[in-house]
Each structure stands twice: as C-alpha cells, then as structure tokens.
Design a protein around this ligand. Sequence first.
Ligand code: ADP
Ligand code: MG
Length: 305
Amino acid sequence: MLLLATGCVQEQRLSSTRELMGTIVTITVIGEDSAAIELAFKEIEKVESLMSRYDPDSQVSALNSEGYIENADTLLINVLRKAEYYSAISNGAFDVTVQPLLELYTESFRRKRKPPSDAEIKETLKLVDYANIMIAGDKVSFSKEGMKITLGGIAKGYAVDRAVEVLKQNGIKHALVNAGGDMRAIGSKGVEDWSIALRNPRDETDYITVIKLNDKAVATSGDYERYFIDKSQHHIINPKTGKSALGLISVTVITDKAIDADALATSVFVLGANKGLELIESLSGVEGLLITEEKEVIRSSGFSE
Ligand code: ADP
Ligand code: MG
C-alpha cells in the first residue's frame, strides 16, 4: 500500500553479505526468501571447506601436503576436471599447479624483499605441469613430489554456480550472487536486467562500461586485486615463464556459468591480448573485454554495451 501510494511499485529486495572464499560474497534475491539465501551460503561454505588453501583441513590442503587423496569429494573432482579442460584449451596458460611458484614469490619477498632469482624460478618450474595431476575415480594424486595446487583462479566461480543452483532449487527466479566480482544472475532484477559497473582498474572512482546480466555470469581477472609489492609482481602467473603474466591489466569474461567465466578470465589474462581474444572468439557463448597495459580497451565481436 505504501509503495503504491508513492506511485512506484518496487520489487522487494533482500541482500546478505558474508566473508567467504577469501573475498566478500553478496547474495541478492528479489523476494523475501531469507531461508534460500542461508542455504546458498551454506553451499559456498562447503566449497570453501573443500578447496581453500588456507584451511589446513580442506581436501586441497591434504592433497598439497600428502601428494594424494583417496576420497575426493565430487565437487573437487568437478573443479579439477574443469581446470584440466581449461588448461588444455588454453595451451597450458591456465594451470592450477602454479602454487609452488606463488609460494616461492611470497617467501622471496618476505625474506629478501625482492623477487626470486631466475635459477630459483627455473627449479620451481619443474613442479609446474597440470598433466601431472592424476585423477582416477575419487583418487587424486600428483606424479611429482613437491607439487601443489591452487584453485584460486576457478573455485570462486564454482562456488557462485553452486549457490545459484541452490537458489533455483528453492524456487528463486531473480537473484544475483557476487563473490568478489565473480558473479552470476538468475533471470533479471525484475523489470530490468541486473547492471554491473565494470570498474576502471587504474581509477577506483571511474568505470569502463555497464554490463547487463540476465541468466549470465561475469568474472574479472586483474593485476590490481592482489600483488606482492608493485603491480608488475602480481598473483597471476604465466606457467611458461614462471613470472607474473604481462601485457594485460584486466580481463572480463561473460558466459553462462561463473566457473567458465572465472577460469577463462584467468586463462586470457595469461595468454595476453592476441591469443586471449582468439580463445574467446573460438568459444560459443563467450564474450570478453580486455584492457592492455597501454589502457587500450579491446572487446570481443559480440560484446554488447
Ligand atoms: P582473483 O582471485 O583476483 O579473482 P583470478 O580469478 O584471476 O583473480 O585468480 C587468480 C588466482 O588464480 C591466483 O591467486 C592463483 O591462486 C591462481 N592462479 C595464478 N596463476 C594461475 C594460472 N596460470 N592458472 C590457474 N590459476 C592461476
Ligand atoms: Mg579466475
């Protein structure tokens, strides 16, 4: 009645935010179903408890310390298989076995306040190759001692997809799940699509474009979120060189599912503008927006404003 009186009929919006998966997760639904939101957060907690590197009890931590696990959860197997697929189609640019390199950088900056030497990088690169992850049923093992994985480039997207499935199972028709910029929409916001402002990576107060989402997912990989000391030493590693990927400062990918957007954004970031754009164009239902170090904005052929 009150809403009608003001002359504007608005959808009821319910939004809840938690810290999960090493980032801020916000779930927004149109309606009043707080129980569905609660269940969706529970699902994200489940993904985190399996895949976090920071939780010593996670399956990923067990795999990293023992070199194998015998009772891998289906969710973990799903993510590892997806990771393998993106490694294959990106010609190894996407590779979850870069973890020893990330640790080498962290240690080197902690101890010497500078990046590791080329010799240290070369030595550590021997541990990096996704082809050395063996999956057989629910058993996962590494074929080299000392290998470690990080699912930081793909698990957030998967968590978003799982949360979306839970919301859908609970009858939600309009929602947005956002895990630190990796997001997926169920339907529209009601009357209009969800609109997402894509931040300017070098100016927080500015934005590049507004992306409209309706039953789609979007993810962004950038050098500005996490870096060691300066932005040339950031957390996305080129597995061919063992160094931070150069050339692009931001990659945004739009596709149906968040896991694909997440993994592809990281893959394209490593591949660089030419090969990255080529990969996006080769896949159906995938669009992307790339920003180069020179601040040039490149859009894939079907990227709509
Ligand atoms: P963000 O975590 O900022 O959203 P990304 O989705 O690009 O960004 O993920 C970056 C994370 O991916 C890193 O922190 C690391 O855990 C992991 N990673 C780094 N380099 C690679 C790579 N070449 N392939 C797969 N994962 C990577
Ligand atoms: Mg990613």
